[in-house]
Design a protein around this ligand. Sequence first.
Ligand SMILES: Cc1cc2nc3c(=O)[nH]c(=O)nc-3n(C[C@H](O)[C@H](O)[C@H](O)COP(=O)(O)OP(=O)(O)OC[C@H]3O[C@@H](n4cnc5c(N)ncnc54)[C@H](O)[C@@H]3O)c2cc1C
Length: 455
Amino acid sequence: MRGAIWWVRRDARLADNAALAAAAAAGPVTAVVLVEPVLTAQGAATRWRLGRALATLDADLRARGGALTVRTGAPDSVLPALAAELGAAEVHALAWPEPRRIAADEAARAALDRAGVRLVLHDGATLLPPGAVRNAQGQPFKVQSAFARAARALGVPPPVRMPARIDWRPAPGKPLPDLAPDMNRGATVLAAHARPAGEAAALAQLHAFLDGPVEDYAASRDRIDRPGGTTGLSAALAVGEIGPRTIWAAVADRPGSGPQKLLSELMWREFAWSLLVARPDLPTANFRPEWDRFPWQGDGPEAEAWRRAVTGIPLVDAGLREMFVTGTMHNRVRMVVASVLCKHLLTDWRVGAAWFDDCLTDWDPASNAMNWQWVAGSGPDAAPYFRVFNPDLQAQKFDPTGAYRSRWLSPGSGYFEAVPRSWRLDPSARLRPVIGLAEGRARALAALAQMGAAG
Ligand SMILES: Cc1cc2nc3c(=O)[nH]c(=O)nc-3n(C[C@H](O)[C@H](O)[C@H](O)COP(=O)(O)OP(=O)(O)OC[C@H]3O[C@@H](n4cnc5c(N)ncnc54)[C@H](O)[C@@H]3O)c2cc1C
């Protein structure tokens, strides 16, 4: 048998991986990672996290007699050459239907076709094949609850079994380079605070959550002062150390409000991917075109204070610091920091989404874009813009002990060691709010009225 290439992208796992299973069925497997433009264009934190996932996968493969083969360059030139070198007739990869990835995959497919090599994309990055969930008119859903009902009715396929035996055939290549040299000193801080990487760690994390915390998930998931109320699996999902179907299968038959709530949150991720597939411009364009008239302020000093986590609004600064230090942020706080940016600071959601793209280790192009548009009001099934979160009331409600704010606002949180020195932040500075909450709210509502009047 001529063997096949398993082209590893955001699927750093051996289990529940249809691409690996298909490659293994074709003979010896060469597991390949490409340092390519789609990867290098991604944000720093997500590249850093992907680097850790791939390094751990490489160690897992070495323990089984394999290794990752690393090559540099665009897939449409590197893959045909590698296939020729190996005599491989097939390349298998897990589909990741993000616009840049789709375009690069199409170019790779055309080049491989010319070389007589088949590129096969498999599903498994989402619960159901992207684009499969449609309404009675055959259109994608715009309302999440209806989408989730229809998706559940279709039934989530079980995870793919890992092949019992895989013959690994690594090819010569260089070691995996540092994928995020631009993290600079932030990398050391992140390494000290991020969760462990790898497939085994993700599975252990899932099972530890299912062994207890899941029962209380529906009630605890918003308590930001009590860590451990959520799975913490988003970064592992984003780099594919665990497949969503593995989580679904482990949770689906459990009774109780906690497990059911977890399934419904996974359906938000699923909805986001269905939106991105239907509207590839979701990360860059207002889903609802009337939002093109909204009088956003430019990316000015208020937005910069937000990015640097020095707005003087405690919950906002705490959340943005948590993200800088850990690469993630609690969902409740993401909603508040995004709301303050789009409403009190009247800043275009794309400014905030771009900052998250760069800072999140769990960056997911679909979830990030959908959630930003949800908060801003420009998305489908979005929160109405006039519903303006008051960050102080949110803090009282979800951080009643103040533990979250104390942790992330303390000078010893790690934040000041992680940020660029050029920001010249003073840990002992007493911050004044960049805007009064009542003033910001009134300004936001006036802008909304102006958009309405312009319509
Ligand atoms: C402005 C904004 C930006 C966001 N950007 C991202 C992003 O880039 N990547 C990302 O994975 N999530 C994003 N989210 C969604 C959510 O905040 C994270 O998925 C969640 O905090 C991850 O923590 P967890 O794994 O412990 O979640 P859990 O509560 O344990 O939930 C389990 C899984 O369900 C999914 N999920 C939960 N909530 C959502 C949601 N609102 N939307 C989509 N999927 C969800 C995630 O895959 C998550 O890992 C964003 C939310 C907001 C408000």
